[in-house]
Design a protein around this ligand. Structure first.
Ligand code: ATP
Length: 209
């Protein structure tokens, strides 16, 4: 039987690091961000719908999506954000489910759905969390101070910008209360790798919850 796990975190908490570790244990990782980029690729029907809804200024000169331009429209306007979600969510979730079925058909033991806003979606009953039945959810947790430090060193953000981005999301402590399993990524990478190995053991040998 294929075990289907929802994986999430917060900005800079280490979700990608943990997803990569899970791959070394043979898990299939389905990456929601990657699918979003794919369904919005140049020439796609989704990108045409986005351009129709928000105007040609959200495209760059090569006909690709200008994420900055679209982001600046939807970041400030919840109505526009809703319109974008209505265009993008269904094809993204459709592709995630298609990949999940393929993995299941191929007899994969462990499939990880890596979804940045998984817990926000659970809370508002929207997005993938409203459609896909997970056997369990996993949160990659780190203290807010580390989320901020990692963004400063990884993205080169100033402290104010890093703090603003962290505080725009549901806090990791709120998400922690919703998750079935928590990976504490506040220590060394070795420490995290040990927790991941333990989690895989629990997921594949016991009831996932
Ligand atoms: P985002 O969702 O913002 O892309 P993320 O949750 O996927 O972030 P990662 O990209 O995995 O986070 O990690 C953020 C940064 O912190 C990376 O540069 C990564 O190498 C580093 N990092 C992650 N975990 C640790 C750790 N335990 N010790 C030291 N550095 C770490």
């Amino acid at each position: 039987m294929t075990i289907c796990i929802g994986l999430s975190g917060g900005i800079g908490s280490g979700k990608t690091t943990v997803a990569d570790m899970l791959k070394t244990h043979g898990a299939v990782v389905i990456d929601a961000d990657e699918i979003v980029r794919e369904v919005q690729s140049p020439g796609s029907p989704v990108l045409a719908e986005i351009a129709e809804a928000f105007g040609a200024e959200v495209l760059d000169t090569n006909g690709a999506l200008n994420r900055e331009a679209l982001g600046s429209i939807v970041f400030r306007d919840p109505e526009a954000r809703g319109r974008l979600n209505r265009i993008v969510h269904a094809p993204v979730i459709g592709e995630m489910v298609r990949r999940l079925y393929t993995a299941r058909d191929q007899g994969e033991d462990l499939v990880i759905l890596d979804i940045p806003l998984l817990f926000e979606g659970q809370q508002s009953r929207s997005g993938a969390a409203a459609i896909i039945q997970f056997d369990a959810t996993v949160l990659v947790w780190a203290p807010e101070s580390l989320q901020i430090e990692r963004q400063i060193s990884r993205n080169g953000y100033g402290r104010d910008e890093a703090e603003r981005r962290v505080r725009a999301q549901l806090s990791l402590d709120e998400k922690r209360a919703m998750a079935d399993h928590v990976i504490d990524n506040s220590g060394s990478l070795d420490d995290t790798a040990q927790q991941v190995a333990g989690l895989v053991e629990v997921l594949v040998t016991q009831d996932a919850r």
